[in-house]
Design a protein around this ligand. Structure first.
Ligand code: G6P
Length: 474
């Protein structure tokens, strides 16, 4: 097997296994944000990607795809239950999102997490070239940096944490908190979305491990000496130019017009989320339902299109959420729709990027009301495609994107009265104010695209390597 200078390690491979024209299984690039983020970074490098193939017990050999080597890690049904649905999405996900749902602490889940992380680490250690770079992605793989380091001391290791890192008081609940911190500190660079996330991480390091921190660095004891680990924010972004290109495509513009015609004169409010309890969909529906109930808006004035793409259906909290959301949507539609107008168009489906861009172009108001969110790329995608500077973004202050998009209408989604006022303000905002806000936000998004994100992270890695080569022992 050829070895790669850059090895990305992520829970999922950047491809989905689908049925080909003759019924045989083929791989197709998956639409996820992480994939587009990293495909740019990997384009000019001799890269490999280690990840799960998306189906239980799928055991296939490494293969070439678009110039990169993909290395599938097989996972059994039990491992998926305990490592993926269990520890990753039943323990870490709710704990790191401020305990919006109750995390469960199960020893058997932790054991599976350790076992599976070891498998990913072994696969990465086998494929990375001498002195290469291993880039680990996200909360499912927090132990991998340390495990790779133990196997391959010659390589440089990065870790990027796509979700929030919680405040110490919450993180401290985790029975395996020290092991998780040690796992992450196996990396040379640990990246976060927000300044606050990096701060929370450093505070936990000081309190639980007593390692000194200074600025963006942590001093980790190593043999007789110590090793410097960089821990700082690198807010992730989107391929803004690619979204703009889609927004200029005549077929997509025509599709946006068709959507607009469907809703008549009503203002179109849009929500686009994975069906996840962190996204604040319930709060959004509550505020919208009350505006209809109070008579502040009618189905004639506004309609809400809510895309809620299916997510993690094997996890109980997601099943409960789906029931609750669908009951609420049905009630609101039953009470306020007419034969002509639908109050909420609820779509429990995933869509290709082209359809998403058409929806963004058609939407007068974009609602991103997450209770907690690492970044939220939907907010950035909406802003990127609004080239005529119209449209209003309502953005939760608890989404990472709020740090950069301060010109959005910021909301606290727990404050239903505040949400109602902000929605009304968004619906009534004069075009001049829309343009002023949108221009500022667009500049931010276009100047800080995902290519820059990757470049900044890799520049810090290169700097560390240089220092190492110069014998500074960084
Ligand atoms: C979030 C996480 C990703 C994850 C994605 C989809 O964005 O940060 O790591 O891949 O959700 O979730 P799933 O469980 O379907 O991979």
């Amino acid at each position: 097997m050829s070895r790669a200078d850059l090895v990305v390690v992520a829970n999922r491979l950047p491809v989905d296994r689908v049925e080909g024209p003759d019924g045989e299984p083929v791989w197709r690039r998956s639409p996820g944000g992480l994939v587009t983020a990293l495909e740019q970074v990997m384009q000019n490098l001799d890269g490999a990607w280690v990840g799960w193939g998306g189906k239980a017990d799928l055991d296939v050999e490494p293969f070439e795809f678009d110039g990169n080597l993909l290395v599938p890690v097989p996972l059994s049904t039990e491992h998926l239950r305990d490592y993926y649905e269990g520890f990753s999405n039943g323990t870490i996900w709710p704990l790191y999102h401020d305990v919006i749902a109750a995390p469960e602490f199960k020893r058997s889940w932790w054991d599976a997490y350790v076992t599976v992380n070891r498998r990913f680490a072994a696969a990465a250690a086998e494929v990375v070239a001498e002195g290469g770079f291993v880039w680990v992605q996200d909360y499912q793989l927090q132990l991998v940096p340390q495990m790779v380091r133990a196997l391959r001391s010659d390589v440089t290791i990065g870790y990027f944490h796509h979700i929030p890192f919680p405040a110490y008081a919450l993180f401290a609940q985790l029975p395996w908190r020290a092991q998780v911190l040690q796992g992450l500190l196996g990396a040379d660079v640990v990246g976060f979305q927000r300044v606050a996330d990096a701060g929370n991480f450093q505070r936990s390091i000081r309190r639980l491990l007593n390692h000194p921190t200074k600025g963006d660095t942590v001093q980790v004891p190593d043999g007789d000496g110590s090793r410097l680990v960089i821990a700082k924010p690198y807010p992730i972004s989107i391929d803004a130019e690619h979204f703009l290109e889609l927004a200029r495509r005549p077929d997509i513009i025509a599709r946006a017009q068709a959507i607009r015609e469907q809703v008549g004169s009503a203002k179109l409010m849009l929500g686009v989320d994975r069906l996840d309890y962190t996204k604040g969909i319930r709060h959004r529906l509550k505020a919208y339902g009350e505006l209809l109930a109070d008579g502040d808006i009618s189905g004639h004035d506004a309609t809400l299109v809510q895309v809620a793409s299916p997510s993690r259906p094997g996890v109980e909290a997601y099943q409960d959420l789906r029931d609750e959301i669908e009951m609420t949507v049905a009630r609101i539609n039953g009470d306020y729709s007419t034969v002509e107008n639908t109050a909420i168009r609820y779509l429990h489906q995933g869509y290709p990027r082209e359809e998403m861009v058409a929806l963004y172009l058609a939407a007068d108001v974009m609602l991103v009301t997450a209770l907690r969110d690492g970044m939220n790329l939907v907010a950035k995608e909406y802003v990127a495609v609004r080239a005529d500077n119209t449209g209003v973004l309502v953005l939760s202050e608890f989404a990472g994107a709020a740090d950069e998009l301060g010109s959005a209408l910021l909301v606290n989604p727990h404050d239903i009265e505040g949400m109602k006022e902000t929605m009304m303000r968004a619906l009534e905002m004069p075009v001049a104010e829309q343009a002023r806000r949108m221009k500022t936000m667009r500049r931010k998004v276009l100047d800080n695209d995902v290519e820059k994100w990757g470049r900044t992270f890799l520049a810090d890695i290169d700097e560390l390597r240089r220092r190492r080569a110069d014998g500074e022992g960084a």
